[in-house]
Design a protein around this ligand. Structure first.
Ligand code: ACO
Ligand code: LMR
Length: 616
């Protein structure tokens, strides 16, 4: 059982309400710095989604659960007795009231600013009635050195390290402001053996717990020997402290300063940052409060400049008197820098895993191989020009663009009976979606259907480069039992020529300077068609050889062309073009709402053997 003066220990577990991953990480980093055995964050409460979040514990990643309700989280983690409530000003009240009702939750830090005063007062009253603690609203929270930290309290890791918050000292500190408390932690660290606990109660007019509440808690904590407090102009709560000192309820030495003494030199009423930081009566001024505290026996410096000195003097006196045995130094572990931060600071580098050389989307306008897309449109690069940029990394001339577009157009479809369309149609009728239907068609593209473009380029180049006479070439392929890719068609023949092939040949003859590979392929065709009329140069073959002729003309080297062949790039023209038709077939089927396709049984040869013998 925890002592009543102790809100946090090295075992404290907390819930964080709200989407506050950075705050959660900061808490875990603090835990790690303190060498806590276990993380202090039990769960994140995020009503919109459950699951878990990956956060760092030193260099390792750990899973922190996300729970959608506080009640559910409390049931699962009854040991968690702190709620760091990051709910917005609109919902912070409801969440706090709900948490106050949960028996296992004892302390609630309310971060939101601007909660209506009526609600703040009600929260505070409820907490008191239930013997629970509220820190805030409008606060960063607080820190128990070496044990536990609320959310973003105490600032950066650097600040935490400098203020030695990774191990407990002898000072109990409480202030109104969170920002000033960070500064005060450093002052305390320089002047003493360090902070034991620091709380910022928040700048609202009606905080859930007061400066005095915490000072009385510190008074009861035997580990705390010296009290340090920072008040603020506005309100009269500091008088309660003077009274408590006078009444002997606070006996430990207390060094305190009320900020805002400068308010008197400013004209009229000055509202400082906090809702409560405004003196409406003479008694609420910083000067009046400092005087009353001094009179009550509190150690009050002459100005904020002397504050550190007074703390140091008091601390030294307590050490001399043997009241304080200075806390031993410890070396905290290093918190690894986050990669993004380290990189931004130029502290780390690492080799990239990818290189990309065709498109850069990081500028205002992305570009294709350095040509911004607005220029691509203005200068009418067309599909052919874009393929030139993205596939070949060349700004190809208009006739080359036109040829590529012609290829795409003529290859776009060849009716429903061919392998690709057939598969797409069957998939569509089986109820598959566009992508699946398209892919099932594309997957049929291969050496017998559409995927002979690349092979044709390869085969005919082999013959030409090796100066094989067409007949020699045909014989050699026959001897090797290899079908010449790009030769032969089921439908087209010498008598029934393929219009697509004729169109491409005519274009090439008109626009290309020379067509050596086409000429070679046609010479081969002259040989194969002697054997059989359908062994013509087919559409795949014609595309393959003309692409090689075009690229040679555009000054691509043999090595570059070989690389494209190795990569199977020439088949991409068929894949791209035929996708247009396959998508058409898919949508056609959907539109027609045709039922599931079933193959006619009399179209299948069933040759299933009787039940096989059992093996083994
Ligand atoms: N190279 C050499 N000989 C061939 C070729 C060829 N490409 N194609 C067929 N033959 C021969 C066969 O060996 C067979 O010879 P044989 O009578 O001495 O046994 C004869 O021609 C007939 O063969 P079939 O199998 O009846 O030809 P089929 O008409 O069935 O095949 C096909 C057509 C699959 C296109 C075939 O010609 C072939 O495999 N071609 C190479 C691959 C190709 O170019 N595919 C793309 C076609 S176009 C497109 O899909 C868009
Ligand atoms: C096609 O373009 O799909 C074809 O040439 C294949 C074929 O068999 O017609």
């Amino acid at each position: 059982m925890r002592n009543d003066y102790e809100l946090f220990t090295a075992d404290t577990k907390a819930f964080i309400y709200g989407e506050q991953l950075r705050a959660a990480q900061r808490m875990l980093d603090f835990d790690y710095l303190c060498r806590r055995a276990e993380p202090s964050v039990a769960a994140l409460i995020t009503p919109e989604r459950g699951g878990f979040e990956k956060l760092f514990w030193g260099t390792k990643e750990i899973r922190i659960p996300r729970m959608t309700s506080l009640a559910e989280a409390a049931a699962l983690f009854p040991e968690a007795d702190v709620l760091v409530n990051f709910a917005s000003q609109r919902s912070a009240y409801d969440v706090t009231v709900q948490a106050l009702d949960i028996p296992t939750i004892r302390t609630i830090a309310v971060i939101a600013e601007g909660i209506p005063e009526r609600q703040s007062r009600r929260m505070a009253a409820l907490a008191r009635a239930k013997g629970k603690w509220i820190i805030g609203p409008a606060t960063v929270g607080g820190v128990k050195a070496g044990c536990f930290k609320i959310g973003n309290a105490a600032g950066t890791m650097e600040n935490i390290r400098e203020a030695k918050l990774y191990r407990p000292g002898s000072v109990g500190f409480v202030s109104v402001s969170g920002g000033l408390s960070n500064e005060a932690y450093n002052i305390v660290a320089r002047a003493t053996d360090g902070l034991n606990e620091g709380i910022a109660i928040g700048g609202d007019a009606y905080p859930g717990s007061t400066l005095l509440d915490h000072l009385l808690r510190f008074e009861r904590n035997p580990a705390i020997k010296l009290l340090v407090c920072l008040g603020e102009v506005g309100g009269t709560k500091e008088y309660e402290i003077a009274e408590a000192v006078k009444a002997g309820r606070i006996t430990k030495p207390l060094v305190m300063w009320v900020t805002g003494t400068c308010a008197k030199v400013l004209p009229g009423q000055v509202q400082f940052g906090h809702a409560g930081a405004r003196a409406d009566t003479a008694a609420e001024t910083a000067d009046a409060k400092n005087a009353a505290l001094r009179e009550a026996g509190v150690i009050v410096p002459h100005s904020f400049d002397d504050y550190g000195l007074m703390i140091e003097e008091t601390y030294e006196r307590l050490v001399a008197e043997g009241v304080i045995v200075p806390a031993p130094e410890v070396t905290p572990p290093t918190i690894p820098l986050d990669y993004a931060q380290a990189r931004a600071e130029g502290l780390v580098r690492r080799p990239t895993h990818f290189i990309s050389t065709i498109c850069d989307e990081r500028g205002d306008v992305h570009n294709y191989c350095g040509v911004p897309i607005d220029r691509v449109i203005e200068e009418e690069y067309g599909i052919g020009g874009v393929i030139g940029l993205l596939w070949f990394k060349k700004d190809i001339p208009p006739y080359a663009r036109e040829f590529i577009e012609m290829v795409i157009q003529v290859i776009a479809d060849h009716g429903p009976a061919v392998s690709g369309a057939h598969n797409t149609i069957v998939a569509a009728r089986a109820g598959k979606d566009l992508i699946s239907s398209l892919v099932s068609g594309i997957l049929t593209i291969g050496p017998r259907f559409g995927g002979a473009v690349n092979g044709a380029a390869d085969h005919f180049l082999y013959g030409l480069r090796n100066k094989l006479a067409p007949r020699e070439f045909v014989d050699e392929m026959k001897r090797r039992n290899v079908r010449i890719q790009g030769i032969g068609h089921r439908l087209h023949s010498l008598e029934n020529p393929d219009a697509r092939v004729e169109l491409m040949k005519a274009f090439a003859r008109e626009h290309f300077r020379a067509t050596p590979l086409l000429d070679y392929a046609l010479a081969v065709e002259a040989v194969t068609t002697q054997k059989k009329g359908n062994l013509i140069l087919n559409v795949d073959g014609c595309i393959g050889v003309l692409l090689v002729d075009l690229l040679t003309e555009l000054k691509f080297t043999d090595a570059e062309i070989d690389e494209m062949i190795r990569a199977g790039l020439f088949n991409a023209f068929f894949v791209l073009g035929r996708s247009i038709g396959l998508i058409g077939h898919y949508f056609d089927q959907v539109r027609l709402e045709q039922d599931l396709y079933r193959h006619p049984l009399d179209d299948i040869l069933y040759d299933v053997p009787p039940a096989p013998e059992k093996v083994g």
